[in-house]
Design a protein around this ligand. Structure first.
Ligand code: PNW
Length: 460
């Protein structure tokens, strides 16, 4: 038998959506302009010790002023779609109260610029920049924040809904709740397991209320983006390791997926978290509000996880009540985030979601890799490792499609280098390099490669 080539050419289905993603606080800058109010990330990034080297989003990629140049880059790459987020504090500087028209004007200009270049806008309403005023009243631990979110969602819809078809309520509520209120490594920096769990519920409620409001106003495509933890038992033959994986799956995934798509919290998760909270924040009727039909489920995937039962282990601060569970350190190649590279994990995740939550089309709303690459003397950015990462994960998507998964598209994270939250600007996820001194953008080799992927709707 002759040796098979390691990688064969693959083609994606007609109409498969090719995109790239960003988020408001990570790229816009202009934090004090045109009436924008402060967000929890302004406060957090200005608090010493919270973000690497004291970096803030004050200037970021200056996208607020350079959006037209950035949209031209997207057109050059041939993107069919662009996923961006709207900054709540630009629209309602205090979270509730008066609408700031100049904030809406910016996203109106951006939307028209995209449509003028034939690029479909996909709007995320909340990618972590909560108005600080709302945090001062309890943030996502307060039911009022969920209600304010639905009002804000409708305000944005009324301005852009005639041109934007696809609306995502929340990006990664796991991060907002567990990193924001549990481990405190993200804004607002609270460390309280009970707060994290009430934030989970109020984020879900906010999604449900916003979905109702968007639907009533006429929105066609509604989604939410999760970052499921693709978790396996370190030793699949060991029942204790399997229990550990099941617990993490419950705390990370089923706690969101089951209310959203089945209208109930999983019994094992409720039992587990009832040791940490009295669950009084769950009110009658909430699950019906959360369980609104959605049109697509957004999935962000970067790396798989492996866990084992280890009596006495402190657990992970990111998972309330995970004492006695050990996360295996990454094995094999990692990205600059020290995240393990294993594309097969994405195939496992997609096929599992398709099996356990059938009937909901899936979209990869983020996937990509951080590497510390920069221009050579000749100005090229030879980011071969990023190309390999994305190539591998696109093949993983194709494997899931071949297994019957209803996967509609792929958004690469990220269009350009940007403010990587607690890591500041030192982690670069972009396929476009940004020089933060000159604000010059340079296509990395991965961007040129992605342009070819899009052009041929597949891989060579
Ligand atoms: C996601 N974790 O964040 C976000 O949606 C993006 O804004 C971000 O830039 C990107 O992934 C890369 O990090 C995450 O600790 C941040 O597991 C942290 C984690 C996961 C996702």
């Amino acid at each position: 038998t002759s040796a098979q080539p390691a990688r064969a050419g693959i083609t994606f289905p007609d109409g498969f959506i090719w995109g790239a993603a960003t988020a408001s606080y990570q790229i816009e800058g202009a934090v004090r302009e045109d009436g924008r109010g402060p967000s929890i990330w302004d406060t957090f990034s200005r608090t010493p010790g919270k973000v690497y080297a004291g970096h803030t989003g004050d200037v970021a990629c200056d996208h607020y002023h350079r959006y037209a140049e950035d949209v031209a880059l997207m057109a050059d790459l041939g993107l069919a779609s662009y996923r961006f987020s709207v900054a709540w504090p630009r629209i309602r500087p205090d979270g509730t109260g008066p609408v700031n028209i100049k904030g809406l004007d910016f996203y109106d200009r951006l939307t028209d610029e995209l449509l003028g270049k034939g690029i479909d806008p996909v709007v995320t309403l909340y990618h972590w920049d909560l108005p600080q005023t709302l945090e001062d009243r309890g943030g996502w631990t307060s039911r009022a924040t969920a209600e304010a979110f639905a009002e804000y969602a409708e305000v944005v819809y009324r301005r852009l809904g005639d041109r934007v078809a696809t609306w995502t309520t929340l990006n990664e509520p796991w991060c907002s709740a567990y990193l924001g209120y549990g481990s405190g490594i993200h804004a607002p920096g609270v460390r309280n397991p009970a707060a994290a769990l009430s934030a989970v519920h109020h984020l879900l409620l906010g999604h449900g209320l916003a979905t109702q409001a968007l639907r009533a106003a006429g929105a066609r495509q509604i989604s939410i983006t999760l970052n499921p933890c693709e978790v396996s038992p370190l030793d699949p033959a060991n029942p204790a390791d399997r229990d550990a994986a099941r617990l993490i799956d419950g705390l990370a995934n089923r706690i969101f997926l089951d209310p959203l798509l089945r209208g109930r919290y999983p019994a094992d998760v409720l039992e587990h978290i009832s040791r940490l909270t009295d669950l009084a924040y769950i009110q009658e009727g909430d699950l019906e509000i959360i369980n609104q039909p959605i049109d697509v489920l957004g999935i962000n995937f970067y790396n798989p996880s492996y866990v084992s039962a280890k009596p006495g282990a402190p657990g992970s601060p990111d998972y309330p009540g995970s004492e006695g569970i050990a996360f295996r350190p990454p094995v094999g190649p990692v990205t600059d985030m020290n995240w393990q590279i294993e594309p097969a994990g994405l195939t496992r995740l997609l096929t599992r979601l398709h099996r356990d939550y059938p009937g909901t089309p899936l979209m990869i709303t983020e996937n990509g890799a951080a590497y510390p690459d920069g221009p050579s003397d000749s100005g090229e950015v030879a980011d071969l490792r990023r190309i390999e990462y994305v190539d591998g994960h696109l093949r993983a998507c194709h494997d899931a499609l071949a297994a019957g998964v209803d996967l509609r598209g792929y958004f690469l994270w990220s269009l350009m280098d940007n403010f990587e939250w607690a890591e500041g600007y030192r982690k670069r996820f972009g396929i476009v390099h940004v020089d933060y001194t000159t604000q010059q953008r340079v296509l990395k080799d991965s961007a040129k490669w992605y342009r070819e992927v899009i052009r041929r709707n597949g891989l060579e």
